[in-house]
Design a protein around this ligand. Structure first.
Ligand SMILES: [Zn+2]
Length: 175
């Protein structure tokens, strides 16, 4: 009797795996996209400087402010969407196999949420820097970070030289 039961649950598990597949795949693709944008590969609207324009001019500042605020809104809505998705999913499955795959999905979502939250924090810090007139200058050496670098990474606080140096130091520490 017990054997029959376990066989039945095995069959069930296989059936569930098959039916659960498309959903799991969808989640994986979605999180990949999120990870991509979080890692800084997001494309921002480019800024076209006027001739003889001063570094960190008023219009440059407002450009970056707009980018950062929009980005924050985007991330925040993504964050609340994830939360409401998770809340509506919670009580749906009673079967242990479904629960297990749901749990790993949720773990992934939580990691993404954590990343998004950190990024929002960084954006807030950057906006504070703008308000304090420190934006665009390297926190390591005080030199200009440069428009090109800020276009790709609006939250950058180090110039490329200091950033490279920091990465080398981090690698040595990890050894
Ligand atoms: Zn520097």
């Amino acid at each position: 009797m017990a054997e029959k039961k376990s066989l039945l649950s095995k069959v069930r598990a296989v059936v569930q795996k098959v039916t659960a597949k498309p959903q799991a795949k969808k989640t994986a693709t979605k999180s990949k996209v999120t990870a991509k944008s979080v890692s800084g590969l997001k494309q921002f609207k480019t800024y076209t400087s006027k001739t003889n324009e001063k570094y960190m001019s008023k219009s440059q500042i407002s450009h970056f402010k707009k980018i950062l605020n929009n980005w924050k809104v985007e991330l925040s809505s993504e964050l609340s969407r994830t939360v409401s998705n998770m809340q509506s999913d919670v009580t749906t499955y009673a079967d242990p196999n479904d629960r297990a795959s749901q749990e790993s999905e949720m773990a992934l979502e939580l990691r993404n949420r954590d990343r998004e939250r950190k990024l929002i924090k960084k954006i807030n810090e950057t906006l504070k820097n703008i308000d304090e007139d420190e934006y665009g200058y390297c926190m390591g050496c005080g030199e200009e970070i440069g428009l090109k670098r800020l276009q790709a990474r609006p939250t950058a606080t180090l110039c490329i030289d200091c950033k490279t140096l920091q990465e080398i130091k981090e690698k040595q520490m990890a050894k």
